[in-house]
Design a binder for this molecule. Structure first.
Ligand SMILES: CC(C)(COP(=O)(O)OP(=O)(O)OC[C@H]1O[C@@H](n2cnc3c(N)ncnc32)[C@H](O)[C@@H]1OP(=O)(O)O)[C@@H](O)C(=O)NCCC(=O)NCCS
Length: 323
């Protein structure tokens, strides 16, 4: 089910651009120069690429400039690219491009992507946007035009709490009747679990970094992990599963679901889902949100059975790097 918003990164730090002083220029757009941003330019690019600058990541930044006709000898920024420094799934570098609106559809974005790709060769196998983009959006069209492949299709659902809980409870009861749930399993609230052990499991199951998960634990933003209603599955005092909610507008959303590989495809997920859903329902939730890759058949059939409403579809893209 739901774990994709975690920024994809698995803890391998790479420094792509620190020594890179090359100036790449494009003849297709007169005067366009793409190069490593200087400090003041990187600060400006931060406005263009806010998602790339977080408490746990300062990206490498490329800037696209053109000569400023109004001021001889000076240039103006027309776009930027931020490249994360931590490798994610498929040995990818998270890459985000932004072009100022008045300079769009002239090839600036494509040139920025090509510059990132050229400079990332040998340091990573792929580049990918840090988050999935809406299907059929300008960003999706741009990425496809720039040689990115669709890696995943993620569907976001919202569901009425009563039929949803009734369904997960029915599944749990059936497992209990068949004696499938081992007596030694225990469910803890997230606040009572060891955050390091939870972080370890999440990072083992999902390609994300310890830094990112710990930053989410410590976040003071609105969408913090719900420590009270999220649950942790323990097997003989070892963390074996975790289901984490965040809340948005009074509706809980399952942000992370991770189960130890040895317990997948059985009772573990169903038990966590029932417990966490009951907690959130008792905390006042009338509806639930979750999302998943359309390759996850169990989640797709859960959504069908609970008559879940499809809210949006997002696509994860990635592009291989030659060499
Ligand atoms: C997406 C974005 C970076 C594109 O920048 P750009 O400089 O306009 O892109 P380019 O001119 O290099 O376009 C390259 C190709 O992408 C496609 N494309 C780009 N923008 C498009 C749009 N709005 N609609 C349809 N196709 C588009 C086209 O095929 C285009 O080639 P063409 O103009 O020869 O038809 C820019 O619109 C932007 O900054 N958007 C906000 C941030 C964002 O969505 N970033 C993308 C995630 S990495």
């Amino acid at each position: 089910m739901a774990w994709l918003p975690l920024t994809p990164s698995c803890g391998r730090m790479v420094n792509c651009f620190a020594m890179d002083l090359d100036i790449a220029s494009s003849s297709a757009i007169p005067g366009l120069v793409i190069r490593t941003a200087q400090d003041n330019e990187a600060r400006a690019c931060r406005m263009l690429l806010p998602e790339m600058f977080t408490a746990f990541q300062a990206p490498d930044v490329l800037v696209a400039t053109v000569a400023d006709p109004a001021r001889n000898g000076t240039s103006r920024i027309v776009g930027g690219a931020g490249v994360g420094t931590t490798l994610g799934p498929k040995r990818s570098l998270p890459t985000l491009v932004h072009v100022v609106p008045s300079w769009r559809r002239r090839g600036v974005g494509r040139n920025l992507i090509e510059a990132v790709a050229a400079r990332s060769c040998g340091r990573a196998d792929t580049i990918c946007p840090p988050r999935p983009v809406p299907a059929a959006s300008q960003a999706a069209l741009f990425l496809m035009a720039c040689g990115f492949d669709q890696w995943d299709r993620i569907i976001h659902f919202e569901v009425d709490g009563l039929p949803f809980y009734a369904d997960v409870l029915r599944v749990r009861r059936r497992l209990e009747q068949h004696g499938r749930i081992p007596p030694e399993m225990r469910i803890l609230r997230l606040r009572d679990a060891d955050p390091d052990a939870v972080t370890d499991l999440v990072c083992r199951c999902i390609e994300t970094s310890h830094q990112h998960v710990r930053a989410r634990f410590n976040s003071r933003a609105d969408d913090v992990y719900d420590l009270e209603n999220s649950v942790v599955l323990m097997m003989r005092d070892v963390v074996a599963g975790v289901l984490i909610y965040t809340w948005n507008g009074g509706i809980p959303m399952i942000e992370v679901r991770a189960v130890d590989p040895a317990l997948r495809g059985g009772w573990a997920n169903a038990v966590m889902l029932e417990e966490a859903t009951r907690n959130a329902k008792e905390a006042g939730a009338l509806r639930f949100r979750f999302f998943a890759s359309d390759k996850l058949n169990d989640t797709m059939s859960l959504a069908r059975r609970a008559n879940a409403e499809q809210m949006k579809v997002e696509l994860q893209f990635g592009r291989g790097l030659a060499g």
